[in-house]
Design a protein around this ligand. Structure first.
Ligand SMILES: Cc1cc2nc3c(=O)[nH]c(=O)nc-3n(C[C@H](O)[C@H](O)[C@H](O)COP(=O)(O)O)c2cc1C
Length: 126
């Protein structure tokens, strides 16, 4: 996993929200790839976040907890747009396809911004 993170030009984290925070599985993956101390795979990586939940807040609290971790991980998050997809059950069809046009545009903008941000800060795989 650390090799794959190191090989990446940029990271995209996509998450639900568990008990107002980051699901343990995602946090555990972040923690494993950050150790041993001084040998974190995350350092210097550009990163974007998006998330979906069945509630109205759309993973906002989980995303701000991720941003807090990025400070110590020395990752560089894209600030905007914030893609917090609330009421997710209404935005996908029964086959799991996203059908909400506004959400599609928001996701597209986030990915465009991640590419632009990655080029701007000049991060390279290492
Ligand atoms: C343990 C647990 C805690 C959850 N806590 C939240 C929460 O704090 N906020 C929220 O919007 N949804 C919460 N949910 C609902 C998740 O957003 C929903 O399960 C998710 O969209 C689907 O991902 P999953 O299949 O990994 O559970 C929770 C779900 C679980 C299982």
């Amino acid at each position: 996993m650390k090799r794959r993170v190191r090989d990446a030009h940029a990271i995209l984290m996509v998450t639900p929200e568990y008990n107002y925070s980051v699901p343990g599985v995602l946090k555990n993956a972040i923690d494993w790839a950050s150790r041993p101390y001084g040998d974190s795979a995350w350092a210097g990586k550009p990163v974007a976040i998006m998330g979906a939940s069945i509630g109205t807040i759309g993973t906002a609290r989980a995303q701000y907890h991720l941003r807090q971790s990025f400070v110590f991980l020395n990752m560089f998050p894209v600030n905007q747009p914030e893609v917090m997809i609330g009421n997710a059950a209404e935005r996908f069809d029964s086959a799991g396809n996203l059908k909400d046009e506004t959400t599609k545009k928001l996701i597209s903008q986030l990915l465009t911004n991640l590419v632009e941000w990655t080029r701007r800060i000049g991060a390279a795989p290492r």
